[in-house]
Design a protein around this ligand. Structure first.
Ligand code: SF4
Length: 163
């Protein structure tokens, strides 16, 4: 069985800042059909609990800050994202949520003039996508191909290091 991490709110858990979910129920059946284990993770819930204040990314000089009210939390977000991946070294992919500063791919950053990856995608050692890219069969197959390719290369490295 292939293990893929997924944003917990996409799995239907009420862990968004305002206690809501962004459930994609069709992904449960897809995972079951393809022999995939979906493992929910939520960096922000682990760091700050739910409900919590909304986090916004802001460009300040050469740095990006994560503003949660008056608190600067970007370094904590990066550290937690890394920790989640190291907690699951057997994961072969990550499915996130659009627009989240942690789990989105093209996240708005105030005063930057361009978008950037959320912390989970920035720190991901595995292929990653957003749930909305998996709405079609073609999108799901495309992501699965990336995951399987990565899985095969890890297995090859494991065999090589066993000699
Ligand atoms: S941090 Fe990620 S998993 Fe948690 S609520 Fe936000 S988008 Fe969902």
């Amino acid at each position: 069985m292939i293990k893929i991490l997924i944003s917990s709110c996409v799995m239907g858990n009420k862990v968004r800042w305002n206690n809501s979910t962004r459930h994609y129920p069709e992904l449960h059946q897809w995972a079951q059909d393809k022999g995939i284990e979906l493992v929910p993770v939520c960096p922000e819930n682990e760091l700050f609990g739910t409900p919590r204040q909304n986090i916004r990314l802001v460009q300040v000089g050469d740095s990006v800050e994560g503003r949660m009210g008056k608190e600067e939390v970007y370094k904590q977000m990066i550290k937690k994202s890394r920790e989640l991946f190291s907690r699951h070294p057997d994961a072969r992919g990550f499915i996130g949520l659009a627009n989240s500063p942690s789990c989105g791919i093209s996240v708005g950053v105030k005063n930057r003039g361009s978008v950037m990856k959320g912390t989970m995608h920035l720190t991901s050692p595995v292929p990653s996508c957003e749930a909305n890219q998996l709405r079609t069969e073609e999108g799901r197959q495309k992501f699965l191909n990336r995951v399987l390719k990565h899985h095969a290369s890890v297995a090859q490295l494991d065999r090589a290091s066993a000699f």
